[in-house]
Design a protein around this ligand. Structure first.
Ligand code: NAD
Length: 414
């Protein structure tokens, strides 16, 4: 099986073929600018020392500082972080944000750590990667198993090193210390805006649409909530790492959220049938939203997908071998670098507010997010219409053309 990083590179080459980019220049565009591996020693509560491995990669900074989340997960590797950093370059370019791509991670199972251990790990990791991060160089944000509390610790650690507060070094902070209104639900809201744009163009109604959501964290939970409560869609299935719950008539999303908070899983929640993550992918639904990890939709299961639209909240959920199967079966894929870009877009708004010492009202953030997502959707849709109709290829073509143009205009130093 192709690795996640190989897949990201393959998608780039498909776009580079369309754009006629030479082999030597492809290497310039693809090779990460900086890749840092760090050891993160932590004194555990029982007195033992434990050393975790962490990474921070800046893929490209030609359109602006590197931007991208930090993931704490046992399966994090340098290769995965490289892939995610590369995706961030294209995602920021699709949204036309003045950022390049970065990503970080630590190989750790946060469920086994106390709060004190998590804080120690975060602060030491922030210290180790402080040779890269900064408000004008590389700006982290939350990703899997990191949240606004982790961002607050990173901002505080960096600020203590510098002897003064540096708000713009991370985004996704709590609002009380420089976070933006609308950041917490931005990824989900951005995805819903992309779905609404698709629904208008393709005449697929969202009211009463049957939706299955894989992953019930920041992205998946919030998207389920907004689609059910604000849009009027029917969330028929959700899942997390332990499995899921299914009700053909539609789940009571508030009841699912309560069980997740109280019992830590959505398995069988809201009186639904217990299902596996594999079952969820094959359900008879209109919209499928993968919001967990990469390698979720594969060559083995793609043929079983019955949803007409697949909106990727997760980064890299679809294997490259699965894409032609989905396309052959007439599925519409709204790709990750477009569909899940709401988070980085409001991160950009947070960074702008931090730089200007301003605080925007929630309505201002929502208005700007709507414009950004709708413009990006239109840009991608128009490229897709002129080519094969493949939205992933179109998003990559748009992104790679913007990044290569910036390279050409700046020239190569020295
Ligand atoms: P999170 O840690 O808040 O939630 C992850 C969820 O996925 C949890 O419910 C977990 O139980 C579930 N999960 C983990 N492994 C699973 C598996 N094998 N099968 C099914 N469910 C599984 O993370 P998040 O921030 O919601 O991120 C989820 C995805 O969205 C990631 O791919 C991330 O890169 C992407 N993403 C997140 C943001 C953001 O702003 N948080 C922005 C863009 C993209």
């Amino acid at each position: 099986m192709m690795t996640f990083y190989e897949m990201v590179q393959r998608n780039f080459h498909r776009a580079a073929d369309v754009l006629g980019i030479s082999d030597d220049f492809r290497v310039v565009l693809l090779r990460p600018r900086r890749q840092l591996i760090v050891s993160v020693p932590v004194r555990m509560d029982d007195g033992r020392y434990c050393v975790f491995e962490g990474y921070r990669v800046n893929h490209c900074v030609v359109r602006g500082p590197a931007k991208g989340g930090i993931r704490f997960h046992p399966s994090v590797t340098l290769d995965e972080v490289r892939a995610l950093a590369t995706l961030m370059t294209w995602k920021c370019a699709v949204l036309d944000l003045p950022f390049g791509g970065g990503k970080g991670g630590v190989a750790v199972d946060t469920k086994t750590l106390s709060t004190r251990e998590l804080e120690a790990l975060t602060r030491r990791y922030a210290t180790e990667i402080s040779i890269l991060i900064g408000p004008d160089t590389d700006i982290p944000a939350p990703d899997m198993y990191t949240d606004e509390r982790v961002m607050a610790w990173i901002m505080d650690t960096y600020s203590e090193h510098h002897g003064h507060q540096v708000l713009g070094v991370v985004t996704g902070k709590p609002i009380s210390i420089g976070g933006s209104e609308g950041r917490l639900d931005a990824t989900a809201r951005g995805l819903v805006l992309a779905l609404e744009a698709a629904s208008r163009r393709l005449r697929i109604p969202l009211v009463d649409a049957r939706v299955a959501v894989q992953g019930f964290g920041n992205a998946g939970r919030t998207v389920s909530h907004i689609l059910a409560k604000e849009v009027g869609a029917k969330i028929v299935a959700v899942s997390d790492s332990q499995g899921g719950t299914y009700c053909a008539k539609g789940l009571d999303v508030s009841a699912v959220e309560r069980q997740k908070d109280e019992e830590g899983t959505v398995l069988g929640a809201a009186g639904g049938d217990r299902i596996t993550n594999e079952d969820l992918l094959g359900l008879d639904v209109d919209i499928l939203i993968p919001a967990a990890m990469e390698h979720s939709i594969t060559a083995e299961n793609a043929d079983r997908i019955r949803a007409r639209v697949i909106a990727e909240a997760a980064n890299g959920p679809t294997d490259i071998e699965a894409d032609p199967i989905l396309s052959h079966n007439g599925k519409i894929v709204i790709p990750d670098i477009l569909a899940s870009a709401g988070g980085v877009t409001v991160s950009y708004f947070e960074w702008v507010q931090n730089h200007q010492g301003l605080r925007w009202e929630p309505s201002e953030v929502k208005r700007r997010l709507k414009k950004k997502m709708e413009d990006a959707f239109t840009d991608v849709y128009e490229v897709a219409r002129r080519n094969s109709g493949d939205m992933r290829l179109a998003a990559y073509v748009l992104a790679v053309s913007r990044v290569s143009e910036a390279y050409r205009i700046r020239g190569l130093y020295p």
